[in-house]
Design a protein around this ligand. Structure first.
Ligand code: NAD
Length: 367
C-alpha cells in the first residue's frame, strides 16, 4: 500500500505502532539523553535483504510527530532504494531533532553512536542532511555499525559525489526517454539546493554544457557555487514559476505538492532529494496528466547507498561508480514500463523493489 493511502486511513491521534503496522516497519527506537540534549528516533523498516542501512538526519522538526513521519517515510524509502539497486541491505533511517548549526556536540553524536551500537548491527548509520563526515567519526568512537567514514580511516568518505553521479545518470536516462537523446547540452536545468549533492551535480551538468539555474535558502552556498560555475541564481521562493526543461530537486522532500503543481512547468523532474512527491498517488497521477516525466527519487539517488554498501563489504570506489552507472538503464526501463502500463513511475519502481524482496524472502536466503 502506498503511503498516501495509509495516511488517508490514519487518524492524527493514532500511535506509533499503528503507523508501523500500516507501513510495515519492524522496529522503532526512541533515543533520549538529558545530559547531551539528544532526542532521536531510529526506524528499521525491513531487514529481509540484510541489515538496515540509512543515514541520520539532523533537523529542527516542529514536532515529534513531524520527526516520526519523516523517519518512517525515509526508512521505508531506503528499503526500496537498496532492493532496487540490487544491494543486500534492508531499509532504516534515523533523525536527530535539533538544529545542526547550533545543537550538535561531540558528546551528543557519541551518545547517539551508543544507541546505534545497542542495536548490534541491525541498523547501520551514515550521513544525511545536517550530519557531516566529521560527525560520523564521532559516532564511530562508540559504534562499528557505521558507513561514510573518511577514506583515510578505511571508509568511502562523503557519499554525495556518488549520489550526484547517480542522479546525473537518472537525468540523462530521463532525457533519452523524453527527447530521444541523452545529451543535456543546452537544456535548462534548475538545481534546487546547493548542498553536497546539488553542488556535485552542478559540476557534472556544467561539464556537459547544460544551462544551469541554482537556488538555495542560504546565500553563502549559492555564492560559493556561482564563483566556480556559470549559473543563474533563482530566489528560493521563485523556483517553481521559473522556466526550465528539467527540475532537479536536491534539497528537502515534498516539493511536488498541490501548490507547486499549480505553477511548475517542465518536461522532467529528476533530482536527489528523498520523498519528492508529497502524495505518491495523487501527485504521481497529476504528473502523468501533465505529461511530466518523473524519475523516482529512491531509484536515481541510490549512488550514496551503493557507496555505503561498498564500504560495508570492503570499499572499492570504482566498483561503486560502476554499479551506480546502472541507474541509467533501470531508469529507462522504469519509465518505459510506466508508459506501457499507464502507471506512475514511482509505483512501477516500488513494484520492482517489492518483487525482489519477496523473491529473496521466499528462498530463505542466508544473511
Ligand atoms: P545538504 O544539507 O548538503 O544540502 C541541502 C541544501 O538544500 C542546503 O544547502 C540547504 O540550504 C538547501 N535547502 C533547504 N531547503 C531549501 C529550499 N526550500 N530551497 C532551496 N534550498 C534549500 O544535503 P545533501 O546531502 O546535499 O542532500 C540533499 C538531498 O538529497 C536530501 O533530501 C537528502 O536526503 C538527499 N540525499 C542525499 C544523499 C547524499 O549522499 N548526501 C543521498 C541520497 C539522498
Amino acid at each position: 500500500m502506498l503511503y498516501s493511502e495509509m495516511a488517508q486511513k490514519t487518524a492524527a491521534s493514532e500511535g506509533t505502532l499503528f503507523h508501523m503496522n500500516q507501513m510495515g516497519h519492524e522496529q522503532i527506537v526512541y533515543c533520549h539523553d538529558e545530559a547531551t540534549g539528544l532526542k532521536a528516533i531510529i526506524a528499521i523498516h525491513n531487514t529481509v535483504l540484510g541489515p538496515s542501512l540509512g543515514g541520520t538526519r539532523m533537523w529542527p522538526y516542529q514536532s515529534e510527530n513531524d520527526a516520526l513521519k519523516d523517519v518512517l517515510r525515509l526508512s521505508r524509502g531506503m528499503t526500496y532504494k537498496s532492493a532496487l539497486a540490487g544491494l543486500n541491505l534492508g531499509g532504516g533511517k534515523a533523525v536527530i531533532i535539533g538544529d545542526s548549526r547550533k545543537d550538535k556536540s561531540e558528546a551528543l553524536l557519541r551518545r547517539f553512536g551508543q544507541f546505534v551500537e545497542s542495536l548490534s548491527g541491525k541498523y547501520i548509520t551514515a550521513e544525511d542532511i545536517g550530519i557531516s563526515t566529521r560527525d560520523i567519526e564521532y559516532m564511530a568512537e562508540e559504534t562499528n555499525h557505521i558507513a561514510g567514514l573518511p577514506e583515510s580511516r578505511g571508509g568511502g568518505g562523503d557519499p554525495s559525489p556518488v549520489t550526484a553521479f547517480g542522479v546525473y545518470m537518472g537525468i540523462k536516462a530521463s532525457a533519452k526517454y523524453a527527447y530521444g537523446s541523452d545529451s543535456l547540452e543546452g537544456k535548462r536545468i534548475l538545481v534546487q539546493g546547493a548542498g553536497n549533492v546539488g553542488s556535485h551535480l552542478v559540476e557534472l551538468l556544467s561539464k556537459e554544457g547544460a544551462i544551469i539555474a541554482i537556488s538555495d535558502i542560504h546565500e553563502d552556498k549559492v555564492a560559493a557555487l556561482a564563483g566556480r560555475f556559470k549559473l543563474e541564481v533563482i530566489q528560493h521562493d521563485k523556483v517553481y514559476e521559473s522556466p526550465m526543461d528539467i527540475y532537479a530537486p536536491c534539497a528537502l522532500g515534498a516539493t511536488i505538492n498541490d501548490e507547486t503543481m499549480e505553477v511548475l512547468q517542465c518536461d522532467i523532474i529528476a533530482g536527489g532529494a528523498n520523498n519528492q512527491l508529497d502524495d505518491e498517488i495523487r501527485h504521481g497521477a497529476m504528473l502523468i496528466d501533465r505529461s511530466m516525466i518523473y524519475a523516482p527519487d529512491f531509484l536515481i539517488n541510490a549512488g550514496g547507498i551503493i557507496n555505503c554498501y561498498s564500504e560495508v563489504i570492503g570499499y572499492n570506489r570504482d566498483e561503486a561508480y560502476r554499479k551506480t552507472e546502472g541507474i541509467y538503464n533501470v531508469t529507462l526501463n522504469v519509465l518505459k514500463t510506466a508508459a506501457e502500463k499507464r502507471k506512475p513511475a514511482q509505483a512501477v519502481a516500488i513494484d520492482l523493489a517489492i518483487d525482489r524482496i519477496d523473491a529473496i524472502k521466499s528462498i530463505g536466503a542466508r544473511m
